[in-house]
Design a protein. Structure first.
Length: 296
């Protein structure tokens, strides 16, 4: 095994050469370690070497003959694992049964429970159920301006972190990011009354917890910010909310045939969907109906 490990560690120049005719050749690492005199120079092509995902050398260090020989030796020493690997590649009832047993074994060992408790897995699961706010840009700007501190800087409604200090990681880089549109009540509406500017840390910590229980247990809790949040969600949001027409047309995509159609939505206090009255062909009739409704 020590010789095989040394064979993998060999440099690119030791195993490659260029002939006088300009052909690139490669030497098998196993032959080069155990029998360097008999080690042949083979053309550097797919016919003699298997492909790998290595960036420096796309082809493997062993030739195909040595790779097959080593795999056969490993299969003789580990017959059960070799059979499982073969069955996993097939979608047969026996293969599905092996997969089912493996999943049950993982659950019994507690790995599945530990995996579900990871924060990145929780965030991924929560992200699938995440709801977006139905507010305009002007309403969102007014919401951030409402929670300014004494210095006149926009800050997080929960912890008071300033927006100029809100650094987030994006594609491995630290950048200044905007606040999140946080739901004060996780099961509440998606309008301005349930929207708060929140930093990335508070947004992930609050998750789906009730506002009262979660916020009072935090170290950054202050009664002043608490009163300001309650006042915004009960009274002051009405000063900044924009009036919208009672009916509007929305363009949607049909999942079955991937075609777009237009729907007539009735906008009530919570902006819930009431009924669909038209498809793409009846868009003109919809517009006439909308104009009549607005005029009346």
């Amino acid at each position: 095994m020590a010789g095989i490990k040394n064979a993998i560690i060999q440099t690119y120049e030791e195993c490659h050469r260029v002939t006088e005719g300009g052909e690139l050749q490669k030497r098998c690492s196993i032959h080069n370690i155990f029998s360097p005199e008999e080690s042949p120079w083979l053309p550097c092509t797919d016919e003699y070497f298997y492909k790998t995902k290595n960036k420096t050398d796309v082809l493997g260090a062993w030739c195909k003959k040595c790779s097959i020989k080593k795999s056969k030796e490993w299969a003789i020493k580990n017959p059960e694992q070799e059979q499982i690997l073969r069955l996993r590649k097939r979608k047969t009832p026996i293969a599905l049964e092996y997969k089912k047993k493996a999943r049950l074994k993982a659950r019994k060992s507690g790995y599945k429970r530990e995996y579900d408790r990871r924060p990145e897995v929780k965030a991924r699961k929560y992200g699938n159920k995440h709801r977006n706010h139905d507010i305009t840009e002007r309403e969102w700007t007014s919401c951030k301006d409402y929670f300014k501190d004494k210095d006149g800087d926009r800050c997080c409604a929960y912890c008071g972190k300033k927006i100029q200090n809100h650094w987030v990681t994006y594609n491995g880089l630290l950048i200044l990011g905007d606040f999140h549109k946080e739901h004060k009540d996780d099961k509440g509406a998606n309008d301005l009354r349930n929207c708060l500017p929140s930093c990335e840390s508070c947004n992930s910590q609050k998750w789906t917890f009730p506002f009262e229980e979660w916020y009072r247990e935090q170290e950054f809790f202050t009664q002043e910010r608490y009163n300001k949040i309650v006042k915004w969600c009960t009274e002051d949001y009405k000063l900044y909310i924009e009036t919208r027409p009672p009916y509007r047309i929305i363009k949607k995509k049909n999942k079955e045939n991937n075609k777009f159609h237009h729907e007539l939505w009735s906008v009530d206090e919570l902006r819930n969907f009431v009924e669909c009255l038209a498809i793409d062909e009846k868009k003109k009739e919809l517009e006439i109906l909308l104009n009549e409704l607005v005029s009346t």
